[in-house]
Design a protein around this ligand. Structure first.
Ligand SMILES: NC(=O)c1ccc[n+]([C@@H]2O[C@H](COP(=O)([O-])OP(=O)(O)OC[C@H]3O[C@@H](n4cnc5c(N)ncnc54)[C@H](O)[C@@H]3O)[C@@H](O)[C@H]2O)c1
Length: 249
């Protein structure tokens, strides 16, 4: 394993469990220090304990601007810099478009779009100093317009639009901004597989590489690449970490 992220200090939102947990683990294995921001205290405490001195758990709701500021302050006060941000946390409810309430829309845009924007803005002055990188999480469901995903898809595509504009504006500061759309076997997907085994099978059969990805071993290396020097000539891009499920043109 190449330690391509040595000396990096990276914030991962939703970084205690699921895909974010896999990203936190992989970034640490590649030499980074991670501030994992999450509402899940049990998972956060555990991942901090498992990675002494390399993971700092910050308990907080990413939709609060103060949490973004606090995460950046921890990076700077404890490690002297911030070199990357991964905006991964995002909560939404799946319903037919006409059934979505104001609260449903607010949850998806609050934890998805607003949180991403706030973390990007809070991190900007430090990323400018470190010539750092941002990775935002998008979704194949948003690209495809999957049913019952209106509030989620709209927030995810708003994140991609924001990412492209920031990539253009912040290129002058040498801050790169890219998007990763994952497909990974998380607790939520496991639950869905158990409840709807035929639907699950149908989706798996359509994935060219024939399986859902592993958060740490399939998705996180692509995020790590976008945070590393190896991708220094890439910005504003969307990379599909999805076994070929969607092939962008
Ligand atoms: N699982 C997939 O296959 C898939 C597919 C496409 C896109 N995505 C995207 O990847 C990202 C991660 O997905 P996941 O399936 O691991 O999600 P998840 O629901 O498992 O949550 C990830 C983490 O975020 C934390 N979290 C939730 N709300 C939070 C909040 N308000 N503040 C701070 N932390 C919070 C959770 O506690 C959890 O640890 C999301 O942006 C998701 O939309 C996932």
């Amino acid at each position: 394993m190449m330690n391509t992220l040595n000396n990096q200090v990276i914030i991962v939102t939703g970084g205690a469990a699921g895909i974010g947990g896999g990203i936190t683990q992989e970034l640490v294995q590649r030499g980074a220090t991670v501030i994992a921001v999450d509402v899940n205290e049990e998972a956060g405490t555990q991942i901090e304990k498992n990675n002494p001195g390399k993971v700092i758990f910050l308990k907080g709701d990413v939709s609060q601007k103060s949490v973004a500021d606090e995460a950046v302050n921890i990076a700077v006060s404890q490690f002297g810099k911030l070199t990357g941000v991964v905006n991964n946390a995002h909560v939404s409810r799946q319903k037919p478009l006409m059934d979505l309430t104001e609260d449903d829309w607010a949850i998806s845009f609050g934890t998805g779009f607003n949180a991403t924007l706030n973390f990007m803005k809070s991190a900007y002055p430090e990323l400018k100093k470190s010539q750092g990188a941002i990775v935002n999480l998008g979704s194949g469901a948003a690209l495809q317009g999957s049913r019952f995903q209106a509030s989620y898809a709209a927030a995810k595509e708003a994140i991609r639009g924001l990412s492209r504009v920031a990539a253009t504006e912040w290129a002058a500061d040498n801050i790169r901004v890219n998007v990763v759309c994952p497909l990974a076997f998380t607790a939520g997907v496991k639950n869905w597989k158990e409840n709807f085994p035929e639907d699950y099978q149908h989706v798996v059969e359509k994935i060219p590489l024939g399986r859902f990805g592993d958060p740490q071993h399939d998705v996180a290396p692509i995020v790590a690449f976008l945070l590393s020097e190896d991708s220094k000539y890439m910005t504003g891009q969307t990379l599909m970490a999805d076994g070929g499920d969607i092939m962008l043109r």
